[in-house]
Ligand binder design. Structure first.
Ligand code: GEK
Length: 244
């Protein structure tokens, strides 16, 4: 991923912490922010690339939903060997899309990429062999999440793959505290102060509502996926694969 400025957005005390949004200020520091905040992010991106080599089939579409700066899109474009495919990245943040388009153009690759600004709930999806929701579903209204997964299931070709990565809450309160503390330790070890951790937490409270693994599995089953497994977990961050 491209180099970026250091994330110091929450380093100064704010009299009132506003809800988090993916604006120009966040775009500037996004690669640094996500790599210092999400344990296993680079492993997940690399694995999405590896899975695309295996699952993307000739003459199909590939979607990166909530693509941000296109890290998963680029990992897939590097690895896809199938012919006549198209990768479509969608994000509803104008600032992200503008930066993502410039970033993608800086790299070469045989698979064409289109980056679209829009709400992933309001798209018409073409037949796809692989779709990625890498830490995006958690930003949708909880009651819209099943609707999106149903759209994804319908768009996927038989044998098609969804990668769903999410921050999760553990069912058990004691365990939830343990994994939350471990995540905060991870952030401290990556240079975030107590103030930054606390203010970011407040900023995300209303915009990122996390589910349990049981809820994630239940939704995927409800929309029709038959083959589902978590393949990665570090603290309260995990990634699942679901195959149609
Ligand atoms: C990565 N996947 O680097 N429609 C479209 N985009 C949305 C919507 C929506 N309804 N809601 C949120 N977003 C990326 C990281 S970040 C995760 C994904 C994070 C977008 C939002 O604008 C942001 O760019 C992205 O989803 C979530 O692999 O920052 O924790």
């Amino acid at each position: 991923m491209q180099s970026s400025d250091k994330d110091i957005i929450f380093s100064k005390p704010q009299s009132q912490v506003k809800d988090f949004c993916f604006d120009a200020q966040v775009v500037e520091v996004f690669p640094d922010m996500i790599s210092r905040s999400v344990p296993g992010y680079s492993t997940i991106i690399d694995t999405i690339g590896r899975l695309s080599q295996q699952y993307v089939t000739d003459n199909s579409h590939v979607y990166d939903l909530g693509c941000s700066l296109g890290a998963a899109t680029l990992a897939m474009r590097k690895s896809i060997s199938a012919e006549n495919c198209q990768i479509i990245g969608i994000d509803n943040s104008a600032a992200m899309v503008e930066r993502c388009q410039r970033h993608i153009q800086a790299f070469r690759g045989k698979t064409p990429v289109e980056i679209i600004q829009g709400d992933i709930l309001e798209q018409t999806y073409s037949p796809a062999s692989m779709m990625v929701l890498n830490f995006t579903l958690q930003f949708l209204e909880p009651e819209k999440r099943t609707e999106l997964l149903a759209q994804i299931y319908n768009a996927l070709l038989p044998g098609g793959l969804l990668v769903l990565s999410e921050k999760i809450t553990a069912d058990d309160q004691t365990c939830n505290q343990v994994i939350t503390d471990l995540h905060h330790d991870f952030k401290r070890a990556n240079g975030y102060s107590e103030l930054e951790i606390a203010q970011k937490r407040t900023a995300l409270e209303n915009v990122m509502r996390t589910d349990t693994l049981a809820t994630q599995l239940d939704r995927l089953q409800k929309v029709g996926f038959k083959h589902i497994t978590p393949w990665f977990q570090c603290f309260n961050f995990m990634s699942l694969i679901a195959i149609k």
